[in-house]
Design a binder for this molecule. Structure first.
Ligand code: ATP
Length: 262
């Protein structure tokens, strides 16, 4: 892999990922490569339809890539299926744009938080969220996302949008993944909640050593959150740079166009 695509001691390294939908005349994701280091946030920005969510779904193995590799440590999860994939599913988690759709409306918050642990976390060696009892685990998770403990007994519709998104973040981090894909995590929130959730995500990244792929069409949010940024267009990465170099002269014309919109 090209040196500039890599991070120091990457927790995830993606190389040459391609995904073409049936009937499409070109790939939705076309040869995407990148790596993310421990505790790093890599931003991915691009306009609607450029392939961001398709890339996310391939990483999560919700969709299969046609070719390319997704290395988590030494394991290429792009090629694993079924029972062989299962132990690795915990290692990459996602927070979607819409927390209302992400939480089961029939489950109390506590049940939604315990669910990933029961599905994927039992066999894992958890450290920060080590399971001693159901009560302690849920309490610790709510504390981590700065929600009051009494929300454990509520249903999703009894929470605000910001509280719901904090609950989905808790669900994603409780099984201590290596990488969290944040797919427009604040797009459905009002401006004040957006800022608060972005700040919470940064605090969690630094305190728990989480690695993020932060996907957004909001360049300002990506700049605020990320150490490095990639720009995607038509399924390809067309520019990549350190966040401090966003406004540097060598930026590609398309990146400049995105900057001018904000
Ligand atoms: N299930 C699907 N079947 C066929 N084509 C699809 C499917 N999902 C996405 N596409 C197409 O693939 C391309 C990339 O879509 P994708 O949703 O990944 O873009 P995006 O950058 O996430 O957009 P947005 O920001 O609007 O969510 C688009 O041309 C889209 O129409």
């Amino acid at each position: 892999m090209n040196r500039e695509y890599t991070a120091e001691s990457p927790v995830i390294a993606v190389d040459g990922l391609v995904r073409t939908y049936a009937g499409a005349d070109r790939p939705a994701v076309n040869g995407v490569s990148f790596a993310i280091g421990r505790g790093e946030c890599l931003g991915l920005v691009g306009e609607s339809g450029c392939g961001k969510s398709t890339l996310a779904r391939c990483l999560l193995r919700i969709e299969d890539a046609d070719s390319g590799s997704i290395l988590l440590g030494d394991t290429d999860i792009a090629r694993l299926n079924g029972r062989k994939l299962r132990p690795h599913r915990r290692r990459i988690q996602i927070v979607f744009q819409n927390p209302t759709a992400a939480l089961n409306p029939k489950l109390k918050v506590a049940d939604s938080l315990i669910d990933p642990y029961e599905q994927l976390g039992r066999d894992a060696k958890l450290s920060h969220f080590a399971y001693t009892s159901r009560y302690a685990y849920i309490r610790r998770l709510l504390e981590a996302v700065e929600l009051p403990a009494e929300l454990a007994g509520r249903y999703p519709h009894e929470l605000s949008g910001g509280q719901r998104q904090r609950a989905t973040i808790a669900r994603a981090i409780g099984i201590e993944p290596d990488v969290v894909v944040l797919d427009e995590p604040t797009a459905s929130l009002d401006v004040i909640s957006q800022g608060a959730v972005l700040d919470l995500l940064t605090r969690l990244r630094t305190s728990l050593g989480l690695s993020y792929l932060f996907i957004s069409h909001d360049l300002a949010a990506v700049h605020r959150m990320s150490q490095r940024i990639m720009v995607m267009r038509g399924g390809e990465i067309v520019d990549r740079f350190g966040a401090d170099d966003l406004f540097a002269e060598e930026r590609q014309p398309y990146t400049r166009e995105l900057i001018s919109i904000f």
